[in-house]
Design a protein around this ligand. Structure first.
Ligand code: A3P
Length: 321
C-alpha cells in the first residue's frame, strides 16, 4: 500500500514516456516513478516499498553497503563482510554472498518476484543481528537516522565504467534485450532515465557525508589500485584488528581472477539455471577505464561535458582523473 505519510513526492513517469522506456527496458512491466526533489528514477513498485524502507528500524549492529549499481558493490560487500567477520573463510566459501547480505529494495522488482524470491522489507526487521544490508538507494531515500545509528560503507566508480557495466548487467538480467545497443542506454543514463539515477546526485549525497564518523567513502579505483590499503581502512572503520597475513590472504581472495571464479559471489548458478543470460557474467571485466573500448568519439565528448557540468561547484573528484 502507498503511504500518505511518506515525506517525499513520488511522481509517476508520464504514460507516453513510460511506454517509450518500457520498449527499451523490456524487463520492466509496470512503469517507473520519480522520487523526491532530485527525481530518483525507480520502478513503479517502489511506491509500495518507499515508506517501509524510510521508516525501517536501524540497529547499531547493522552494516550497510550502499552504492550506485555496478560500482564494485559485491567486491566491497565481500571486503566488508570478511573484515567484520574476522576473515571467516569457512562461512564465506560455502554461503553465497546474497545470503550473507540482504538486498534492501529487491522487492520493488515485480518482474523478478518469482525467480529471485525477494525478501519483504517488513521481514528484514525480523532478521537476527548483525544484519549486513546492501542498497542502491541514495541516502535521501534511506532511513534518515541511518548514519547516526550505524555504519555505512559507500562505494563510487567512474560513471563511464559504471554505464558500460550496468548495460551488460541489464542484459544479463534480461532487463533489456540481448540486441540492445549501448548508445541509447548511455543517453538514457545521462538523462537520468536508468534505474537509481541521477547518478551524480546519488554519489554527491554520500560524498557530502564522507566525514561523518559512521561513513566510509571508497572508490572502485582505489580498491583496484591498492586493496591492502583499503582493507586497513575498512578494518579501522569497523574497529577490527587485522594482521599482515590476514591482509595478504584477503587481498588474494578479493583479487579479480579469484573473485570471477568464486561461486559464492559470481552468481553463476543464476546463469546455469537460465534466470540470467549466458553472456559475460556478473563479475565481468574488472577494469578501470574499460569504457574506452566501448565509447565512440561522440559519447566520449558528451561524457566529458556531462561530468564537468555535474562536478562544477563541488569538491568531488574521481581518484583516476
Ligand atoms: P565490470 O562489469 O566493469 O567488469 P557491482 O557489484 O556493484 O554490481 O559491480 C560490478 C562490477 O564490479 C563489475 O564491473 C565487476 O566485474 C566488478 N568487480 C567485481 N569484483 C571485482 C574484483 N574482485 N576486482 C575488480 N572488479 C570487480
Amino acid at each position: 500500500m502507498e503511504n500518505n505519510n511518506y515525506p517525499l513526492e513520488i511522481r509517476d513517469v508520464e504514460p507516453e514516456m513510460a511506454e517509450i522506456l518500457m520498449k527499451y527496458f523490456t524487463g520492466e512491466h509496470t512503469g517507473f516513478v520519480r522520487v523526491g526533489p532530485k527525481g530518483y528514477f525507480l520502478p513503479y513498485m517502489f511506491k509500495y516499498e518507499a515508506f517501509k524502507i524510510y521508516t525501517m528500524e536501524i540497529r547499531p549492529t547493522d552494516v550497510f553497503v550502499v552504492s550506485y549499481p555496478r560500482s564494485g558493490t559485491t567486491w566491497t560487500q565481500e571486503l566488508v563482510w570478511m573484515v567484520a567477520n574476522d576473515t571467516d573463510y569457512e562461512t564465506a566459501n560455502k554461503m553465497p554472498q546474497f545470503k550473507r547480505y540482504t538486498f534492501l529494495e529487491l522487492s520493488m522488482f515485480s518482474s523478478v518476484d518469482n525467480s529471485l524470491n525477494p525478501i519483504k522489507v517488513e521481514d528484514i526487521a525480523k532478521l537476527p543481528a548483525p544484519r549486513f544490508i546492501k542498497s542502491h538507494l541514495p541516502l535521501s531515500l534511506l532511513p534518515p537516522k541511518l548514519l547516526d545509528t550505524t555504519k555505512v560503507v559507500y562505494v563510487a566508480r567512474d560513471p563511464r565504467d559504471v554505464v558500460v557495466s550496468f548495460f551488460h548487467h541489464n542484459k544479463l538480467m534480461r532487463f533489456i534485450s540481448e540486441d540492445a545497443e549501448l548508445k541509447p542506454y548511455w543517453n538514457y543514463f545521462i538523462k537520468s532515465e536508468v534505474l537509481w539515477t541521477p547518478y551524480f546526485s546519488h554519489v554527491l549525497e554520500a560524498w557530502e557525508k564522507r566525514s561523518h564518523p559512521n561513513m566510509l567513502f571508497l572508490f572502485y579505483e582505489e580498491l583496484s589500485k591498492d586493496m591492502p590499503a583499503a582493507i586497513l581502512r575498512v578494518a579501522k572503520f569497523l574497529g577490527k584488528e587485522v594482521t599482515s597475513e590476514q591482509v595478504a590472504k584477503l587481498n588474494e581472495h578479493l583479487d579479480f581472477k579469484n573473485f570471477k571464479k568464486n561461486k559464492t559471489v559470481n552468481l553463476e548458478e543464476f546463469q546455469e539455471s537460465g534466470i540470467f543470460t549466458k553472456g559475460p557474467g556478473f563479475v565481468r571485466k574488472g577494469k578501470v577505464g574499460g569504457w574506452r573500448d566501448d565509447f565512440d568519439e561522440e559519447m566520449t565528448e558528451q561524457a566529458e561535458k556531462w561530468i564537468a557540468e555535474n562536478l562544477r561547484g563541488t569538491d568531488f573528484r574521481f581518484p583516476n582523473f
